[in-house]
Design a protein around this ligand. Structure first.
Ligand code: CAA
Length: 383
């Protein structure tokens, strides 16, 4: 038992682990089809997973960030594509609505993000702005009782399943000295006029997770669509939201690594070469032991960041450390898993092949490893 996780938190995670294990036979077909079946999203709604961190008065379970990290690890250990969808919906999207939404916005959107009818999106990245998020060019201008949005967003997770996307847009001209000033968040219904969802990206991994472009062509939303104070969304929505989101991606990476290494250990017990199980050989033991130790260290970093968040303490750099270490660790661990299974590990039918591809994105989305190092170093140097 981990010191930061109590029995309530483990109970939820255990229930989700049992559900996720039963999903395993359906994963290859869903990955092939490039979609998470709607009934799986509905099941997660019924289980309470999609609203688990939403406070009880707003219709959720009121569970902690620690519990959420444990649940994401369990989902990712079996199906990383599903884990990222849940992480974005229930982490950055719902978390921001809970933190900054008006009572009307919460009433309108939270029930639809909890009940399993969809998964919310967060649209920050654009063709010309990824790591330099403040360089975004999507605009929003007021036109009487409505806002009119124009621009292009890229790599939006869950877009195809989303009733709503949190869209970051610039109000007014860009000030070259303070590019983040004026950036405002909007709750954009995906069926609003002028909202166009483009063709899903074809990716290296996470094939069942939807990643799509969003075009806003004079998209109109009501005055009540502004989420949080106008003009301050770069820090208050994007950066603060990503702080929490990065814990989710760290948990996903821990889950991927654990899922892959558990399979490798099982194989090393069964597979015989030179007259004995390959787990008898020191080179195999060494690789597995190192990976297992890495996984434990990444989990502790992840749960520590979540624990600080739960206590309302600063956690920006701790979330970056967790995301950095866990995502890089998942590259090493999945490499070991494929290597341990040898030729079988390279074959499509082996889950470790999929996990090695799925792990790759974790060092990129929600801030690359380079950006996490930048955030950590800034925290150290105050520069
Ligand atoms: N919390 C709250 N506010 C913050 C903050 C935080 N963690 N970090 C910065 N801010 C505020 C600052 O205080 C500052 O505000 P004031 O001027 O009012 O004081 C403002 O934000 C600008 O801060 P910086 O000058 O530090 O901003 P910057 O332009 O140098 O950018 C950065 C910093 C860390 C590089 C940032 O751009 C960044 O994190 N980039 C990576 C973007 C990213 O992670 N994209 C992921 C896309 S979403 C995704 O992948 C989701 C998915 O679907 C899977």
């Amino acid at each position: 038992m981990l010191p930061v996780a109590g029995s309530d938190e483990r109970l939820l995670a255990d229930a989700v682990a049992a559900y996720a294990r039963d999903l395993a036979p359906r994963i290859p077909a869903a990955e092939e089809a490039g979609a998470i079946p709607r009934e799986v999203i509905a099941d997660l709604g019924r289980l309470g997973v999609l609203g688990m961190t939403i406070p009880e008065p707003d219709g959720g379970l009121g569970a902690s960030s620690v519990a959420f990290a444990l649940v994401l690890e369990e989902i990712a250990a079996v199906w990383p594509s599903l884990a990222v969808g849940v992480s974005v919906n229930s982490g950055i999207a719902e978390g921001t609505i809970v933190r900054l939404g008006t009572p009307e916005q919460k009433k309108r959107w939270l029930p639809r993000l909890i009940d399993g009818s969809g998964l919310a999106s967060f649209a920050l990245t654009e063709p010309g702005s990824g790591s330099d998020a403040a360089a975004l060019r999507t605009t929003a201008r007021r036109d009487g009782p409505t806002w009119v949005l124009n621009g292009r967003k890229m790599f939006v997770t869950n877009l195809r399943y989303a009733p709503v996307a949190i869209v970051l847009a610039r109000v007014g001209e860009m000030d070259a000295h303070r590019p983040h000033a004026g950036i405002t968040a909007f709750l954009v219904p995906t069926d609003a006029p002028g909202v166009v969802i483009g063709r899903a990206e074809s990716k290296m991994g996470l094939l069942a997770s939807d990643t799509s472009p969003l075009t806003l062509e004079d998209a109109r939303v009501g005055a009540d669509a502004v989420l949080g104070p106008q003009g301050t969304a770069f820090g208050a929505v994007a950066m603060a939201g990503l702080d929490g989101g990065r814990i989710g991606i760290a948990a996903q990476a821990v889950g991927i690594a654990r899922g892959a290494i558990d399979r490798a250990a099982a194989y090393a017990r069964e597979r015989r070469q030179f007259g004995r199980p390959i787990g008898d050989f020191q080179l195999v033991r060494n690789a597995l032991a190192r990976a297992q130790t890495d996984i434990s260290a990444a989990r502790l970093l992840t749960l520590r960041a979540a624990w600080l968040k739960d206590r309302g303490r600063p956690f920006t750099t701790e979330a970056s450390k967790a995301k950095l270490f866990a995502s890089e660790m998942a590259q090493r661990a999945t490499h070991v898993a494929v290597q341990t299974l040898g030729g079988y590990g390279y074959m499509r039918e082996a889950a470790v092949e999929r996990m090695a591809r799925d792990a790759r994105a974790t060092t990129i989305y929600e801030g690359t490893s380079e950006i996490q190092r930048l955030v950590i170093a800034r925290g150290m140097l105050s520069l």
